[in-house]
Design a protein around this ligand. Structure first.
Ligand code: HEM
Length: 212
C-alpha cells in the first residue's frame, strides 16, 4: 500500500490506474486474465466429462481446472483492492435502472469470483493438486484442518462436508447462476457497443480509448 502511494506521488502509475473516463492497464489485465481463466475452467471441466473418472488424463484435466480456478481466486484480492483505491470510470448516460442493474450485476460477479474458487477448493476430494504442473497446492482436505477438533467435533465425514459445497459449485452456480450472470454481463457489453454505440466496452479493451 505504502509502495503504491509512493509510486503514485511520483506519477509512475499514470496509465496503470483508472481515470474517470477509462480503465487503467492493471484493471484491464486482471479483467481479461480472469475472463480467460473462467472460460478455460468451463472448457476443462466439460472436457473432463468425456474421460474415464480418475484416469490419469482425467486427473490432469481436473488439476488444470483447479489451477485455473485458483488463479481466479488469487487475482480476486488485488482486483478488489485496485477497485477500492481507484476511481470508477463514469457510466455512459442511460436510465437510472440500467445503472443500478449494472452495479448490482458487477457486485454479483465479484461474489462469484470468490465463491467459485472457495467452494471448489473447500470441497476438493483430493488432498493436493499440481498447479499447472509446476508445484503442488494442498486442497482444504490436504491442509489437515479438516482433521482438527474444529471440524471433527461437528461429527462430519468429508463426503457430508463436500456434498453441499459440490452442489453449490456445480449445480447452483456452475450450471445456472454463473451462466445467467455471464450472459447478462456479456450481453450488456455487446448492447452498449453495437446498440447504444457508447464507450462502455471500449473502456475495458486493450488499447481502447474512449471516443472524444
Ligand atoms: C473460477 C473458478 C471456477 C469455475 C468457474 C469453476 C466451474 C466449474 C463448473 C461449471 C463445474 C461443474 C461442471 C458440471 O458438472 O456441469 C465445476 C466442477 C468442479 N470443479 Fe470447479 N470451478 C472453479 C474453481 C474450482 C477450483 C478452485 C477447484 C478445486 C480446487 C474446482 C474443482 C472442481 C471439481 C473437482 C469439480 C467436479 C468435477 C466433476 O466431478 O465433474 N473448481 N467447476
Amino acid at each position: 500500500m505504502l509502495g503504491l502511494f509512493f509510486l503514485q506521488k511520483r506519477g509512475a502509475l499514470v496509465g496503470l490506474k483508472n481515470t474517470t473516463s477509462q480503465y487503467g492497464s492493471v484493471a484491464k489485465w486482471i479483467h481479461w486474465i480472469t475472463a480467460l481463466c473462467f472460460l478455460l475452467a468451463y472448457i476443462t471441466i466439460h472436457y473432463s466429462h468425456r474421460l474415464e473418472f480418475r484416469s490419469p488424463e482425467y486427473m490432469t484435466v481436473i488439476y488444470l481446472h483447479a489451477s485455473l480456478g485458483i488463479t481466479v481466486g488469487v487475482l480476486f484480492l488485488p482486483r478488489l483492492i485496485w477497485r477500492l483505491i481507484n476511481p470508477e470510470p463514469e457510466l455512459d448516460p442511460a436510465p437510472k435502472w440500467q445503472h443500478r442493474a449494472a452495479k448490482s450485476a458487477h457486485w454479483a460477479l465479484y461474489f462469484v469470483l470468490i465463491a467459485m474458487p472457495l467452494t471448489g477448493w473447500f470441497g476438493f476430494g483430493i488432498p493436493w493438486f499440481e498447479y499447472f504442473g509446476m508445484f503442488e497446492i494442498p486442497s482444504f482436505l490436504g491442509t489437515g484442518i479438516f482433521e482438527t477438533p474444529l471440524v471433527t467435533n461437528l461429527g462430519l465425514t468429508f463426503e457430508e462436508w463436500e456434498a453441499p459445497l459440490d452442489y453449490f459449485h456445480k449445480n447452483i452456480m456452475g450450471q445456472k447462476v454463473l451462466i445467467l450472470l455471464l450472459l447478462v454481463h456479456i450481453g450488456a457489453a455487446l448492447y452498449h457497443h453495437f446498440g447504444a454505440k457508447d464507450d462502455t466496452l471500449r473502456r475495458m479493451l486493450p488499447g481502447g480509448n474512449p471516443r472524444c
